[in-house]
Write a protein of this length. Structure first.
Length: 223
C-alpha cells in the first residue's frame, strides 16, 4: 500500500532501497493516515486533537510534524488514499470486462456493495460528500472514462459526461448513506437496482439494463 499522499515529500528516492529509518518513517506515516481514516469512518470527525490522533496511531506526539504540517493536511491525505484505494479496487475487479456499459454498471454495483464488504471505504466516501464527485481519484475519473467510452460506442446516450458523472455520483452517495443507516437492506439488490436505473436514464431499454445489472459480478477482494 502506497502512502505517499500530500505529505512533506516522498520517503526514499527512486532506485534506492529503504533503510531502517525510512521504513520506520513510512510505518509512522501510514499509522497516522490509518488513524485519520478511522476517525473519518467511525465518527465522521476531523475535529479531533493531534494528541488523539497520535494516541490512536500509537506514535509519539512529536512524530506528527515530521510528516504533516496540520490536521487538514493529514485528513486530506487520508481521503486521497481512500479514493485511490477505491479506484484501484474497481480497476482490479472490472478490468477484464469489455462492454463499457457493463464496466460502468459493474463499478456502480460494486461501489454500493462496499457498504457491506469494505465499510471503512464506503463510510469515508459518504463523509467526503460532494468533493468526491469531482475528485481526480476514485470512481469519478473512472466513471468519466467509462461513460465517454459507452457514449462513443453507442451503448449509452450521454450529452455531457461531466454532468452524467455528477448524477451518478450523487445517486451513489445517496445509496451508500441509505445502506449505512439501514443495515437490514440487501446492499446487492439496492446497488443492482441503482445500476439498472442509471443505465435506463442514459437511454438503455429496461430489458437490457436489467440484464446487464443482473450479470454475475467479479468478487471484490475482502478488506
Amino acid at each position: 500500500m502506497s502512502t505517499d499522499f500530500e505529505g512533506k515529500g516522498n520517503i526514499g528516492t527512486p532506485g534506492r532501497a529503504l533503510n531502517r529509518l525510512d521504513r520506520r518513517k513510512a510505518r509512522t506515516r501510514a499509522a497516522l493516515i490509518a488513524a485519520a481514516q478511522r476517525f473519518l469512518a467511525e465518527y465522521g470527525r476531523t475535529d479531533v486533537s493531534i494528541q488523539e490522533i497520535t494516541e490512536s496511531a500509537d506514535v509519539g506526539f512529536g512524530s506528527f510534524y515530521n510528516h504533516f504540517t496540520s490536521k487538514d493536511e493529514l485528513f486530506d491525505a487520508a481521503v486521497a488514499l481512500t479514493l485511490e484505494e477505491h479506484g484501484v479496487l474497481l480497476e482490479s475487479t472490472v478490468g477484464d470486462l469489455e462492454d463499457p456499459a457493463e464496466v460502468f454498471a459493474a463499478s456502480v454495483r460494486l461501489t454500493g456493495r462496499l457498504q457491506r464488504t469494505h465499510t471503512q471505504i464506503a463510510r469515508i466516501l459518504v463523509r467526503t460528500g460532494m468533493p468526491y464527485l469531482t475528485s481526480a481519484s476514485g470512481l469519478a475519473p473512472r466513471a468519466m472514462r467509462d461513460l465517454r467510452s459507452a457514449a462513443e460506442n453507442g451503448r449509452l446516450d450521454i450529452d455531457d459526461p461531466q454532468s452524467a458523472v455528477a448524477m451518478v455520483g450523487g445517486a451513489l452517495l445517496g445509496v451508500l448513506h441509505l445502506l449505512e443507516t439501514r443495515p437490514d437492506l440487501d446492499a446487492a439488490h439496492v446497488s443492482d437496482q441503482l445500476a439498472a436505473r442509471l443505465l435506463r436514464m442514459f437511454g438503455m431499454t429496461r430489458a437490457e439494463a436489467e440484464e446487464i445489472a443482473g450479470r454475475p459480478l467479479p468478487s471484490l477482494p475482502r478488506s
